[in-house]
Ligand binder design. Structure first.
Ligand SMILES: [Mg+2]
Length: 260
């Protein structure tokens, strides 16, 4: 296995290679904890919300996804399958389904956000260890999400971590322009006076780490805990380019605890 391949591509390659040594190396890579010294200059800790602050397997997003399909179906009087196709097309073309619906159908974004996020949060359990780790991080902590503040607050409250964040920057604050648009990161950084040289971003979508890395931030990619089983579906969502990913982990709590 070539060492030339970047970290993230190497992990993906090894998980799907069938080569035992390579596979084990990939397993080790996702379990490797950072050295506190590497993060000693970090003063601002920026977290994506969905599939980052709670693990991928909780699959809260599946409920939101279903609600969005229902919204498109009702709005455009489409069958579910047709609505879903359009929903995904807008997601791919515009970064979020919402952005596509606003551009092509001039919908009320607040109505959409309310309906999309009308979900059951009972799958989320309080995470005292994660809460203690976030609390102990030196500096400010932010949630930076393409969802709504209401959804972020409900999610963080269910996890028992809400009180440890200084602010939540959501899709409304971003004027409905989602990550990975550069202008949205600029807005977030300037609003909160974040010095990117002393900041880190945690994300589950590789493409959302490209701009942070270019701005000088450290970047951490969260991957599913059972990466092996989900690797194909997950790989399909990615760009295959990963020079912008500094760390890969499948356990946010363990990663943060290693830093304090
Ligand atoms: Mg996410």
């Amino acid at each position: 296995m070539s060492a030339i391949l970047p970290l993230y591509a190497r992990i993906i390659f090894c998980f799907s290679s069938g080569d035992a040594a390579c596979h084990n190396a990939a397993m080790t890579q996702t379990k490797t904890l950072p050295r506190p010294a590497d993060f000693s200059d970090i003063r601002d800790w920026v977290f994506d919300l969905d599939n980052t602050l709670y693990p991928h397997h909780v699959d809260l997003f599946a409920q939101i996804d279903k609600n969005m399909t229902a919204y498109v179906s009702t709005l455009l009087q489409m069958e579910r399958d047709e609505a879903r196709k359009l929903q995904k097309q807008y997601y791919l073309e515009h970064g979020t389904t919402l952005q596509g619906l606003m551009i092509h159908h001039r919908i009320d974004p607040n109505d959409f956000l309310e309906k999309a996020h009308a979900i059951d949060y009972s799958a989320l359990m309080p995470q005292p260890e994660l809460a203690a780790a976030i609390k102990a991080l030196p500096g400010r902590k932010f949630i930076f999400t393409n969802g709504s503040v209401g959804h972020a607050r409900a999610t963080a409250a269910a996890l028992g971590i809400l009180d440890h964040f200084d602010d939540i920057f959501d899709i409304v604050a971003a004027d409905y322009v989602p990550k990975p648009a550069g202008s949205t990161y600029d807005k977030f950084m300037s609003l909160n006076r974040v010095d990117t040289k002393n900041a880190v971003m945690f994300e589950d979508l590789p493409r959302n780490l490209t701009v942070p890395k270019a701005l000088g931030m450290k970047t951490v990619l969260l991957v599913p805990q059972n990466l092996e089983g989900t690797v194909v579906e997950w790989w399909e969502k990615t760009t295959g380019e990963d020079e912008h990913i500094d760390y890969v982990t499948d356990d946010l709590t363990a990663f943060l605890k290693a830093l304090i």
